[in-house]
Design a protein around this ligand. Structure first.
Ligand code: C2E
Ligand code: MG
Ligand code: MG
Length: 660
């Protein structure tokens, strides 16, 4: 067909001279008419291929060209696709230059390339399309090859990842919910509770306590800030400045005064017997007293001073700047102290009942520059304790002699710590009945200090109580008593003796006290019926229910209880009835004065009567004369202890007195 024709410009010839040429599938109408192609509706398509041919001895290169029938080419493409394992995932579509299909998967319904593009989206397939044009000179010719992969298959891995993501997000949401719950329970709710408290506190507060206080804020953030500030710096019950803010102001006063050389003063006010009121009449009544005291103090304190509540029953007044002249400043402070004491003269009205509360006051004067805020408080505290010690309802300045006392106390504490139990000694003071028969003894501890000699328990028991050493001391006394009781079991004359052991309230209220007594009884094998515990009314300053519970446990074992120094403390019939007691011990101060003082005589008679009506034994301590003995005998008290019978003596002496 191409005879006599110049094919040198034909793409297949040009391409074929240079190497393998593979042309576009194109419709060959001319050839179709010659070749008598069967009528299938499909035009005859050919692909031109050409390769260079070298003829030996000739420098020219020939070209061998061929028309490949498209059906045949397509078969090869399909066969090669079948052979790959990508077949399932990858499909190849080929369209001619007009977009008519040259090759497509049987399932594909799009009529042509344009339709395909309209109908399918990337959600169904990922596809890539290339227009192949074997020669730029072959205008209009070219074929489009589309290679595509189904999205669901291609995304299979991604689906898995997505599932994983779903789980992760579920887990994350659950954790987030838990964290949110935690935050709300631990942070939000407490803050709400704090805010509630602060609101309540705003309502309770009735003291125009602090002139530096800001006016209430209007917006919520400001309010919350204020609430937090109030909780941090003001006392909830009284609305007064708290310890922290007082400390800050004290520090400020110290640095100001160091500059101005003005004197300053800190007054500490401690309510006497507050815990007793709190525990016997309830915390609500205790709070009422605190509020009433705050109100009274605020009328005494000058507007430039800071009135604070430092801890449960302790108030403080910071006199920021007083006269630069020390004596004048001291007079000013003393005058305020006296006014404070005077303000306690009138009884307080607590829920309709009158209550006469007293206070002890300690004052520390300062200038600043040479002392820290902590030391100012410490010194005022020492002075306050001294006021209490000397006799409540007093005002005491801190001075150097007090510092000596503090140092001494510190030294004594160190010595006591070292001296328990080696330097302790137990003395026995017998307890007798009307016939002079020895029923037992009270154990009274002594401390034989290597330098100071015999130290009175009146001096070292309070020290031991304050420092916690009382636990060590008490358990040694108890252990010694029980060991002794066990030894006496062998002696017919001694086996019925009862030993009375003094127990401090601090010791009794210690958690684990009951267990330690039970342990000591078991360890020593002593008979609990021979052990009597003496406690003072100060035991009532603790939770009465708990005290009663502890007493009952020990009493069930056979241990008996005596209420020591009866009449000197807080006596309430209601509490006496509640306590599982065996004995009342009339304090020696009444016994000693009953012959001369009608009041004391009346008290002694009342105590005896009270004991009888409650079914309790009554014993009198400090019996020194036969006159006293007779008075007691006549009025119905038949148990005695005192110098008339014996001083506290050593074990050997006591055993000698018992006989055998
Ligand atoms: P207390 O339990 O009331 O002991 C009675 C105190 O009165 C004892 O003082 C005793 O020596 C003294 N006394 C006894 N008969 C007479 C008398 O006829 N006339 C006078 N004027 N005094 C008499 P002591 O031994 O100095 O003990 C003082 C306090 O120390 C005791 O008072 C008790 O509360 C406490 N105490 C003593 N030993 C212990 C102990 O082992 N543990 C605890 N926690 N406290 C103890
Ligand atoms: Mg006693
Ligand atoms: Mg006593």
């Amino acid at each position: 067909m191409l005879e006599q024709q110049d094919v040198s410009k034909r793409p297949w010839f040009v391409g074929g001279r240079q190497g393998l040429f593979f042309g576009d599938p194109h419709v060959a109408e001319l050839l179709a008419s010659v070749l008598n192609v069967p009528e299938s509706g499909e035009p005859l398509r050919l692909v031109d291929v050409a390769v260079p041919v070298k003829i030996a001895g000739n420098s020219n290169t020939g070209v061998l060209g061929a028309h490949l029938h498209w059906h045949w080419v397509r078969g090869i493409i399909e066969a090669s696709l079948d052979a790959t394992d990508k077949k399932k995932q990858v499909e190849v579509l080929i369209a001619d230059e007009r977009g008519e299909w040259l090759l497509k998967p049987p399932a594909e319904s799009a009529a042509n390339l344009v339709a395909l593009k309209e109908q399918t989206s990337w959600r169904d397939y990922f596809s890539a399309e290339t227009r192949i044009q074997s020669s730029p000179s072959q205008q209009g010719l070219g074929w489009v090859v589309v290679v595509r992969a189904s999205s669901s298959l291609a995304l299979a891995d991604i689906h898995q990842t997505r599932l994983l993501m779903l789980w992760l997000s579920l887990i994350f949401s659950a954790s987030f919910a838990a964290v949110a719950w935690f935050i709300s329970a631990r942070v939000v709710r407490p803050i709400e509770a704090l805010a509630d408290q602060a609101r309540a506190h705003q309502n309770v507060r009735s003291v125009p306590a602090d002139i530096n206080r800001e006016p209430p804020s209007r917006d919520e953030a400001g309010m919350l800030g204020q609430v937090m500030h109030e909780l941090a710096f003001y006392d909830r019950v009284t609305g007064l400045v708290n310890r922290r803010l007082l400390m800050e102001r004290l520090e400020m006063a110290l640095s100001d005064n160091a500059r101005t050389r003005n004197q300053g003063g800190l007054i500490l006010i401690n309510l006497d017997h507050f815990s007793l009121l709190n525990n016997t009449r309830g915390h609500d009544i205790g709070d009422l007293l605190l509020i009433a005291v705050a109100q009274r103090l605020s009328t005494v304190v000058r507007s430039q001073d800071t009135l604070a509540r430092l801890r449960s029953d302790e108030f403080g007044v910071l006199l920021g700047s007083l006269d630069p002249e020390p004596d004048k400043a001291k007079q000013q402070a003393s005058a305020i102290g006296a006014q404070i004491l005077a303000s306690f003269q009138q009884p307080f009205e607590l829920a309709g009942e009158a209550y006469t509360g007293k206070a002890s006051i300690g004052i520390k004067m300062f200038i600043g520059g040479d002392i820290s805020a902590t030391d100012v408080i410490k010194h005022a505290d020492v002075a306050m304790f001294e006021a209490k010690r000397v006799g409540h309802d007093r005002c005491q300045f801190f001075d150097d002699s007090l510092q000596v006392l503090v140092d001494e106390r510190f030294q004594l504490e160190r010595d006591l710590r070292k001296g328990i139990p080696a330097e302790l000694l137990l003395l026995y003071q017998k307890q007798v009945d009307s016939r002079g028969h020895i029923l037992g003894a009270e154990l009274l501890v002594r401390w034989t200090h290597p330098v100071l000699g015999m130290v009175s328990p009146a001096k070292f028991i309070p020290l031991a109580e304050e420092t916690g050493l009382i636990m060590m001391l008490g358990s040694w006394v108890l252990e010694t008593a029980c060991t002794q009781l066990k030894r006496w079991e062998q002696h017919p004359e001694r086996r019925d003796l009862v030993l009375a052991v003094n127990v401090s309230a601090k010791e009794f209220n210690q958690p684990g006290y009951v267990e330690s007594v039970v342990g000591t009884l078991k360890r020593t094998g002593a008979n609990p019926n021979r052990l009597k515990l003496e406690m003072t009314e100060s035991i009532l300053a603790a939770d009465i229910e708990l005290v009663v519970q502890k007493m009952q446990v020990l009493r069930a074992l056979g241990v008996s209880f005596s209420l020591d120094d009866f009449g000197t403390g807080f006596s309430s019939l209601a509490y006496l009835q509640k306590m599982p007691l065996d004995q009342l011990k009339i304090d020696k101060s009444f016994v000693q004065d009953m012959a001369t003082n009608v009041n004391d005589a009346a008290i002694v008679r009342t105590v005896i009567g009270l004991g009888q009506s409650l079914g309790l034994q009554v014993i009198a301590e400090g019996v020194e004369t036969t006159e006293q003995l007779n008075f007691l005998e006549v009025n119905g008290c038949h148990l005695y202890q005192g110098y008339l019978f014996s001083q506290p003596i050593t074990l050997e002496e006591f055993e000698k007195q018992v006989g055998a």
